[in-house]
Design a binder for this molecule. Structure first.
Ligand SMILES: Cc1cc2nc3c(=O)[nH]c(=O)nc-3n(C[C@H](O)[C@H](O)[C@H](O)COP(=O)(O)OP(=O)(O)OC[C@H]3O[C@@H](n4cnc5c(N)ncnc54)[C@H](O)[C@@H]3O)c2cc1C
Ligand SMILES: NC(=O)c1ccc[n+]([C@@H]2O[C@H](COP(=O)([O-])OP(=O)(O)OC[C@H]3O[C@@H](n4cnc5c(N)ncnc54)[C@H](OP(=O)(O)O)[C@@H]3O)[C@@H](O)[C@H]2O)c1
Length: 712
């Protein structure tokens, strides 16, 4: 699998370096180009002569002499003269270096100024060496230099944008690898660093908090989530570079020999520059969207982080393509080529890519995405195919096909690995049941090789449903029977479809064929911290629970890590779908579990708990609630819960996350703390805000936050 990842890296590098050698022109090359063009404007050596073609120069000593005279007149150093001879030999491989030198020596004695010749006809082929036209040479030199240095800027600055992400990812990679291979050392070093004001201030104001206020995971603006402040700065830096790289450094040449006016000249330069930059952005846009891309593994970042970057690189790609389109449109309209070229295949395919990119830009808006994720996904994939196809046929015409091939390779690689993962898991029969009318519990055999780790998640294909091709990510818990178990909140899509199918099954329990694509995710080195605090809510419990199980110890000594696991649920009945796991925590002496029941007063009890609860006892009473649910007001009920889960502390009401976090961290004192969160976005955001605030003043130890929740 890793070999394949390296294959993907090679594809990326090919994309980045594709055509990298093409425009490495120097002043010597520009001199060669300008001499040829200036000489062609002065005289021709055969009927098919042109401003850039050397065919009728290669075996014509007069033409060679004229060229060499022009070149040597402008290049004085030995090195440059050798390079210009090499330049000429590339055009005329049959000539030799000594021949060029000899021809120059000979021709320079017979040079003719064509303006002194009576009745000189420039279009009639001549056979004597001529002086070049100096103003024409200067204009051509400046034109060639401006034109090709703009190409070079497009290439170099496009590569710099990729390099920008390379540097960001390199930092992430170093940090992730250090945490993986020397976690204790890194945490000690970080602890020392946290004593310095600058590090604490950076963490408080830059690396940990949300962009504005507390909102990051919670969808606040038309269903969209804001990146963290650090991610926002990284994205702003990237966007700023995109704008600067497309706006700066254009050179206007008076008497430009390529373009008839300044509008055509400048729009063409902008169009060329943005074309190169688009190629680079296209490759990384597709790369960042993948589930199986090397950098996810190297950096250990969440997929949602890459999705955030993917969105912004994609947006800049569409804007860059639009810049390219509008600039080229103006060039072609003003220069009068529009009618002729707009029916060309390359033009039409370019237009397809622009339209597909525009559609993606609009349809990927969070509001639409949240409304119907699957429709968003299908349209997005179709448009991504149309974009790549259009871009390929468009750029291939100009010789830049490798970018499209590399992009396609990156994408196909991701899809291929997905298939490999699905097929290697196979199709298995899973047990599925509805619990407490809110969660689907799916249990399937893990097989012998599926590498489970805390925080792992898999994309589940539920083959029984009419939407078997859909894959949805769910966190996995490994049971003691070597099974994988998912705890799935019933929402409005595939989860509801399965829920409705199960309603007709006895005990709301049945069997479904499933395939699991995974595992994905990154294991965080929680064991390297002295204490681990986990704040989870609702169906966000599986990840933190898996960490608690991993860190749980049946006996305690001075090296044992202390784990505190919070789980916030709305109703008592939520415990039903996690009862086995909650009971299992009793084994561990170092795991303290606290459950908050925010709407405990509504008394919604689960069947598993009520089965142990004697409702006929005199101290019990029940009545019908407003929604027709049984509202139970009973001390016996709590007693039953405590009896079944004596190791768990229950609290009723909604927790104030900031208060709890502050109190917990204060209790940890000088111990290094890992904080893991997964729950409602708003809850995770409150924890993040509290931690950001805390690290600003906490000098005694290192506090790191690992947010398991992923929103995209
Ligand atoms: C890494 C990860 C782990 C997760 N683990 C769990 C878990 O253990 N238990 C749990 O209940 N939920 C989990 N979720 C959330 C879960 O993926 C969605 O709730 C589920 O996909 C909704 O399916 P649906 O068709 O019923 O949703 P819908 O009702 O159609 O959509 C509800 C929301 O879910 C999101 N969503 C839908 N499909 C996807 C998708 N394919 N990828 C990402 N987001 C999607 C959309 O934002 C949408 O607004 C996890 C999400 C991620 C990213
Ligand atoms: N890796 C992942 O990305 C991942 C993994 C697992 C699950 N998930 C997803 O994560 C979500 C988990 O949340 P959920 O929908 O299950 O939660 P939920 O039912 O909406 O809320 C669970 C409990 O959290 C409480 N709560 C919410 N915000 C709070 C806050 N700011 N402070 C204190 N308590 C708060 C709620 O209280 P109230 O009663 O007052 O509202 C409720 O009791 C699910 O949508 C699930 O699909 C994602």
């Amino acid at each position: 699998m890793r070999l394949l990842f390296w294959f993907q890296l090679v594809c990326t590098l090919i994309a980045v370096t594709a055509a990298g050698d093409d425009f490495s022109f120097t002043n010597v090359d520009y001199t060669g180009f300008a001499c040829k063009a200036a000489l062609y404007s002065t005289a021709v050596y055969c009927a098919t002569d042109s401003s850039y073609d050397y065919l009728c120069y290669c075996d014509n000593d007069s033409a060679i002499g004229s060229f060499m005279y022009c070149a040597y007149d402008n290049l004085k150093s030995e090195k440059d003269r050798r390079l210009i001879r090499e330049f000429f030999l590339e055009q005329c491989p049959n000539a030799t270096d000594s021949h060029l030198e000899a021809v120059y020596q000979n021709a320079s004695r017979y040079m003719v100024n064509t303006s002194t010749l009576a009745d000189f006809n420039r279009t009639k082929a001549i056979d004597f060496p001529v002086y070049y036209n100096i103003p024409l040479f200067d204009a051509n030199f400046a034109t060639y230099r401006a034109f090709y240095s703009n190409y070079k800027k497009g290439l170099h600055w496009g590569a710099a944008l990729v390099g920008y992400w390379g540097i960001i990812m390199f930092c992430g990679m170093v940090s992730s690898m250090a945490h993986k291979f020397a976690p204790t050392l890194v945490i000690s070093a970080n602890k020392m660093a946290s004593r310095t004001w600058i590090v604490r201030t950076y963490r408080k104001f830059v690396s940990i908090p949300a962009l504005f206020g507390p909102s990051h995971a919670d969808r606040i603006i038309m269903g969209g989530a804001l990146p963290t402040r650090l991610d926002s700065l990284i994205i702003c830096g990237f966007c700023a570079l995109c704008v600067i790289f497309q706006a700066a450094g254009y050179e206007h040449v008076e008497n430009n020999t390529f373009f008839e006016n300044k509008t055509v000249e400048l729009t063409r330069l902008v169009g060329d520059r943005s074309a190169f930059i688009s190629n680079f952005l296209m490759t990384i846009t597709y790369l960042f969207a993948g589930r199986n891309q090397l950098f996810l593994w190297l950096t250990g970042w969440k997929q949602s982080t890459f999705v955030t970057y993917h969105k912004w690189v994609g947006r800049m790609l569409v804007l860059t393509v639009l810049n390219h389109t509008l600039s080229m449109l103006i060039t072609f309209v003003v220069a009068g080529y529009y009618k002729e070229d707009s029916v060309e295949e390359w033009w039409i395919y370019g237009a397809v890519a622009v339209v597909a990119g525009g559609i993606m830009f609009l349809q990927a808006m969070s509001w639409l995405r949240v409304k119907n994720y699957e429709i968003f996904l299908y349209v997005h994939i179709l448009m991504a195919i149309a974009f790549l196809l259009g871009a390929w046929r468009h750029i291939d015409y100009f010789g830049y096909g490798p970018w499209a091939y590399a992009t396609a390779a990156i994408w196909c690689f991701d899809r291929f690995i997905r298939l490999v993962r699905i097929f290697s898991f196979g199709v298995k029969t899973a047990k599925v049941c509805i619990v407490s009318d809110e969660t689907l519990q799916i249990t399937v055999d893990r097989g012998s090789w599926w590498p489970f780790f805390p925080g792992a998640f898999g994309y589940l294909h539920i083959l029984k449903t009419s939407v078997f091709w859909q894959s949805h990510p769910f966190t996995v818990v490994k049971t003691d029977n070597n099974e994988l178990r998912f705890y799935i909140k019933i929402k409005k899509g595939v989860t509801e479809t399965l829920y409705k199918q199960l309603l007709s099954e006895p005990n709301y329990t049945g069997e479904v064929k499933v395939a699991v694509e995974g595992p994905y995710g990154d294991y965080k080195p929680a064991e390297a911290y002295d204490q681990v605090l986990m704040y989870s809510g609702g169906n966000g419990i599986p990840g933190p629970f898996a960490y608690a199980k991993e860190l749980g110890k049946t006996t305690i000594d001075e090296t044992t890590k202390f784990v505190k696991l919070y789980w916030v649920i709305r109703h008592w009945h939520s415990m039903d779908w996690f009862l086995e796991e909650l009971q299992l925590l009793q084994r561990y002496a170092n795991v303290q579990t606290v459950i908050y029941v925010t709407k405990a007063h509504e008394g919604k009890l689960g069947e598993k708990l009520t089965a142990h609860f004697d409702t006929s006892s005199p101290s019990s009473s029940s009545e019908k609630g407003s929604e027709g649910h049984e509202v139970v007001v009973s001390h016996d009920y709590l007693e039953t819960v405590h009896k079944m889960l004596p190791h768990i502390e229950f609290r009723e009401g909604r927790p104030n996350m900031a208060e709890i976090v502050n109190q917990d961290i204060d209790e940890c004192d000088d111990k290094n703390v890992a904080v893991i969160t997964c729950g409602h976005g708003n809850m995770c955001d409150e924890v993040r805000a509290a931690i950001a605030d805390k690290v600003g003043s906490h000098k005694k130890s290192r506090i790191d936050i690992f947010e398991e929740l992923q929103t995209w």
